[in-house]
Design a protein around this ligand. Structure first.
Ligand code: CP
Ligand code: NVA
Length: 307
């Protein structure tokens, strides 16, 4: 049921594409959709709608949460990998966007460069969702924030600690600090800082603290991610050295508030960026966080497709 009118679509290329009010609305809706599903009620708000999923990097959570989510909502998701599409054989991004967006109702893209995603969106007639680039991972933040709200209520004024690489997840936490009004401490080794422009844009909310134990003091939420992201595999050994003091372990968690939550977007490397004891502790919410990818993306799809 592809729309024939030429209204400009809304996209989610970063968290800054939505207003704070819209982000809160999506999170509330995600919580509602989760309970509708739990009650076993049928809710086919995207019946006959199609989501195209363009993946240029691997995925477990993103792919399955979108596919299952579209099934719940009565629609369908199509998985497209570069091995099987003409995009992988050099068909221009613009042409791929033009063609796909005449056939489907929404497109999610997981790719390397943010500029490729922006190019895709500029040539799409339907909403385009950033399903991870080297620069941002906004979908993970929707799930993380939903998880926080479910456990602790509003995050405004709270202190979040990011430990590790100044990567795509860290950048999305910086954007979220601005949109949701929390304080973000970033504990990263020199040479692995987040992008200066992104950091500068949220400077009232963020600070870099090199010492992870000092940074953890009284934090409400502790978050980390892998030391080598997708595409950086050959830097693994170098990064293991650089991040050796940046592991989230029990000692670090002991510096945070007693009721501090722990989150990780997953996949995690136990014994590297986080110990098994932290992943398995009572205040680790990583499994709910992963599940919430599905609920929050369903809410986002409803928002983008229905407006
Ligand atoms: N967190 C996350 O995006 O996981 P996947 O890479 O498995 O999709
Ligand atoms: N920073 C990680 C996140 C994976 C979900 C990566 O880009 O590989």
């Amino acid at each position: 049921m592809t729309s024939t009118t030429q209204k400009q679509p809304r996209h989610l290329l970063s968290l800054l594409d939505l207003t704070p009010a819209e982000l809160h609305k999506i999170i509330n809706r995600a919580i509602e959709l989760k309970s509708i599903l739990r009650r076993g009620e049928l809710h086919e708000s995207l019946k006959n709608r199609t989501l195209a999923m363009v993946f240029e990097k691997s995925s477990t959570r993103t792919r399955v949460s979108f596919e299952a989510g579209m099934t719940h909502l009565g629609g369908k998701a199509i998985f497209l990998s570069p091995r099987d599409t003409q995009l992988g054989r050099g068909e221009p991004i613009e042409d791929t966007a033009r063609v796909l967006s005449r056939m489907v109702d929404c497109i999610m893209v997981r790719t390397y460069k943010q500029s490729d995603l922006a190019l895709f969106a500029a040539h799409s007639r339907v909403p385009v969702i950033n399903a991870l680039t080297d620069l941002f991972h906004p979908l993970q933040l929707l799930a993380d924030l939903q998880t926080w709200f479910e456990h602790r209520g509003d995050i405004k004024g709270k202190t979040v600690l990011w430990v590790g690489d100044g990567n795509n997840m860290c950048h999305s936490y910086i954007n979220a600090s601005k949109q949701f009004g929390f304080k973000l401490r970033i504990a990263c080794p020199k040479g692995f800082d987040p992008d200066t422009t992104i950091l500068e844009s949220a400077k009232e909310h963020c600070e870099i603290i090199r010492d992870p134990l000092a940074a953890a003091e009284n934090a409400d939420l502790v978050v980390t991610d892998v030391w080598a992201s997708m595409g950086q595999e050959e830097e693994q050994a170098k990064r293991e050295q650089a991040f050796a003091n940046y592991q989230v372990n029990d000692m670090l968690m002991d510096q945070a508030r007693k009721d501090a939550l722990f989150m990780h977007c997953l996949p995690a490397h136990r014994g590297e960026e986080v110990t098994a004891s932290v992943i398995d502790r009572k205040d680790s919410v990583v499994w709910e966080e992963a599940e919430n990818r599905m609920h929050s993306q369903k809410a986002l799809l409803e928002f983008l497709i229905h407006g």
